[in-house]
Design a protein around this ligand. Structure first.
Ligand code: HDE
Length: 698
């Protein structure tokens, strides 16, 4: 029937049954619409009024309940890592670690444990974009048979600070500035660099944050790190130190800065969409879990402290042992209920794993539980389905806001002897299989006076920053130096950039000079290091470019077509790309129709203006003479080609598309070639050598 505005409503006039109403709709209907109290609703279109044009009545509980609930839909976002995307999957053990840990998930090869993994940026709010220069969170919840283990890591193996007491300062400085509330989601501003320049311990992590690691191509193409040194403890109570590494099956790949900036405009949800689509199409993201295992003696011989979260142990010094794989194979059913409400906590560990005295880790053990209470509102957040363990859970904790379980019986304390009276006595502790903290041999416990201090080796702030710098390719070094220039050029406090450069002088003089030169300022006076930096051996494993996986797997290739495009070549190209594991994405001036050479019309996957080439790993410009002539007058097409070339991607083309390439400033090199088999190989790479011809990097 039509309402007074003439709109069709689904309100039954003459007492039609719900089923009759439902059958009118084209969608499958799942039961009756009700209030939260289960009361069936007859009209979800109009509020209750006094007369046709009269006021809405307070009595309308259907309206009030709906608006009330809507008003409270948001919860406080995470104070850091607010913007995130997550997926379900599993961890499968490929190598038993039963000799070093009693942790149940590391015993039997082939055992699978369900996981929920959330990736995040750090600085931006929940609604911010996916591709700023930032560290990425890599948090894994393992639902093991011995309880939940959360490995709450990042995509960079070190952290900015050494002691938890500096965390609020660090985060305040990097978030939007206190008075003006900008900039959103970025470190390129005064307060961050002011803080960083006064804290030389940030230098190593700054090198990583200014590198391409902080602008990943995809969440599926990032490494993950547990960062801190943890402990494994075996059945005999023996401890082995362990560092955790995730290695992506698709290789590590990043964008370059100009591309990342343009991605922010092209698609705010670039990473979220990429993860979702990969899983939805069955291209399940996968990582290997590698562990670095070492003992106290090894740790004591290192020239840096393994309890210092600003230090790594290079893989060349201590190789990884690969012990399992992580596969993400299911998208969340509901973003809020799962991705938003998931509550990670580094203090969630299982028997066989333990903490170390890393002072950053120790602070985190308090922070996460605390923050979840303020974010999720109740001490019972562990009962939310995404947080609940998938193994039996029994204890005597009771009540509290939003208690979802209904415990039975009188036993809510322990010890009790209610079973003697024939009643349920409840669970009991188990000294054999229960969690026990690692007990060092007598006399080996760290103890001493109460002191607010840092351990001596923590004072070496530059050796590993230098190691990182020396491990990069020429092109990666240019990106790092240029990022420092870019970020510092946004700092309006004139006294701050020289202080940053003075710290960099302790890392590498060439780097410092390039940054000063890029900013157009003089080299400042040196800032003597608290501890003279050492020259450690470079670690090739730290370079992305040296370890690039030349593959089309998981990559997305943009194909620009227009009316007249050769149908045969297009089909062949799409088939070959799909076979190689890539996703072809056809871009055309009109999304609904492009008339190909065979007279048939096809739909495109995206419209030209809405699908810029930064969304792709390589591009093919497949145009007829007619299409080329038309696109020569289309700025979006010229920009499409120019950006692909400028972002160092392979540009394949039909001979007829040459004029468009020329107009876009494309110059011949190995990455520019006619479409064919050679393009398939070319599209697996980026062309770093092209960059110095296009960009004046620092
Ligand atoms: Fe976090 N961090 N953090 N952090 N962190 C949070 O917990 C904190 C640190 C990391 O996807 C918060 O639930 C302190 C290092 C990730 O939900 C909060 C310190 C590493 C996530 C918190 C650190 C991380 C968080 C905010 C210094 C890498 C997102 C919301 C002592 C190893 C998890 C929340 C998710 C989230 C505190 C340092 C990783 C406030 C105090 C180092 C991946 O509890």
């Amino acid at each position: 029937m039509a309402d007074t505005n003439g709109f069709e409503t689904n309100r039954g006039k003459g007492g039609e049954t719900h089923q009759q109403l439902a059958s009118e709709g084209s969608h499958a209907v799942q039961g009756r619409l009700t209030t939260n109290q289960g009361i069936p609703i007859s009209d979800n279109q109009n509020s209750l009024k006094s007369g046709h044009r009269g006021p809405t009545l307070l009595e309308d509980f259907v309206l009030r309940e709906k608006i009330f609930h809507f008003d409270h839909e948001r919860i406080p976002e995470r104070i850091v890592h607010a913007r995130g995307s997550a997926a379900h999957g599993y961890f499968e053990l490929t190598e038993s670690l039963s000799d070093v840990t009693s942790a149940d998930l590391f015993q039997r090869v082939g055992d699978k444990v369900p996981v929920f993994v959330r990736f995040s940026t750090v600085a931006g709010g929940a609604g911010s974009v996916d591709t700023p220069r930032d560290v990425r969170g890599f948090a894994v919840k393992f639902y093991t048979q011995e309880g939940n283990w959360d490995l709450v890591g990042n995509n960079i193996p070190v952290f900015f600070i050494q002691d938890a007491i500096k965390f609020p300062d660090l985060i305040h400085s990097v978030k939007m500035e206190a008075d003006r509330a900008y900039p959103q989601a970025g470190s390129a501003h005064g307060t961050f660099w002011d803080f960083a320049s006064l804290m030389p311990e940030t230098t190593h992590m700054l090198m990583w944050a200014m590198s391409d690691r902080a602008i990943p191509r995809s969440l599926r193409m990032m490494q993950g790190f547990g960062i801190h040194t943890f402990r494994f403890v075996n059945k005999e109570g023996k401890s082995t130190f362990v560092k955790f590494h995730w290695k992506p099956k698709l290789g590590v790949q990043s964008t370059i800065w100009d591309e990342a900036v343009k991605l922010q405009a092209a698609d705010n949800d670039y990473h979220r969409r990429d993860l979702w689509e990969a899983i939805a199409t069955g291209n399940f993201p996968e990582w290997e879990l590698g562990v670095q295992l070492f003992d106290e003696d090894f740790a004591n011989k290192l020239p840096y402290d393994v309890l210092d979260a600003t230090k790594i142990i290079p893989e060349e010094v201590l190789p990884l042992k690969v012990v399992g794989r992580l596969v993400l194979d299911r998208n969340p059913d509901n973003f809020f209920a799962e991705t938003e409400q998931v509550a990670y906590c580094p203090a969630n560990i299982v028997p066989g794993i333990d903490f170390t005295n890393d002072p950053l880790l120790q602070g985190r053990l308090f922070s996460y539980l605390d923050t979840q209470k303020s974010r999720l509102g109740t001490a019972n957040f562990h009962q939310l389905p995404i947080n609940a363990p998938k193994c039996p859970m029994h204890n005597f904790q009771r009540d509290g806001m939003m208690q979802m379980t209904v415990p039975k019986g009188r036993a809510n304390y322990e010890p009790n002897s209610l079973s003697a009276a024939g009643e349920e006595g409840g669970p009991r502790e188990c000294p054999v299989t229960g969690f026990r903290s690692f007990e060092p041999a007598s006399g080996q416990n760290e103890q001493g006076d109460k002191l607010r201090v840092r351990a001596e080796l923590f004072a070496d702030h530059y050796s590993q920053a230098r190691l990182f710098w020396k491990s990069q390719t020429v092109s990666e070094q240019a990106h790092i130096a240029s990022s420092f220039v870019f970020e510092l050029s946004k700092v309006e406090f004139e006294h701050v950039p020289p202080r940053v450069i003075a710290n960099l002088m302790n890392v590498d003089m060439d780097l410092a000079k390039r940054v000063a030169d890029g900013l157009g300022i003089d080299l400042p006076k040196p800032n003597p290091a608290a501890k003279e930096p050492m020259d450690l051996d470079p670690s090739p494993a730290l370079s992305i470019q040296k370890n690039m996986l030349e593959t089309l797997e998981g990559r997305k290739i943009g194909i620009l077509i227009a009316d007249g495009t050769d149908a045969g070549v297009l089909t062949k190209l799409k088939d070959a790309l799909t076979k190689a594991g890539a996703t072809p994405f056809v871009v055309a001036p009109k999304v609904g129709k492009a008339q190909l050479s065979d007279g048939k019309a096809i739909k495109a996957d995206g419209q030209l203006a809405g699908s810029p080439s930064q969304m792709f790993d390589a591009v093919a410009v497949l145009l007829s003479k007619q299409g080329n002539d038309m696109l020569l007058r289309e700025a979006a097409a010229i920009q499409w080609v120019m950006d692909a070339f400028g972002h160092l991607k392979a540009v394949g083309h039909s001979p007829e598309a040459m004029p468009l390439l020329q107009k876009a400033g494309v110059e011949p090199d190995d990455g520019v070639l006619e479409l064919g088999d050679a393009f398939m190989a070319a599209a697996t790479k980026r062309y770093w050598d092209r960059e110095p011809k296009l960009r004046l990097l620092a």
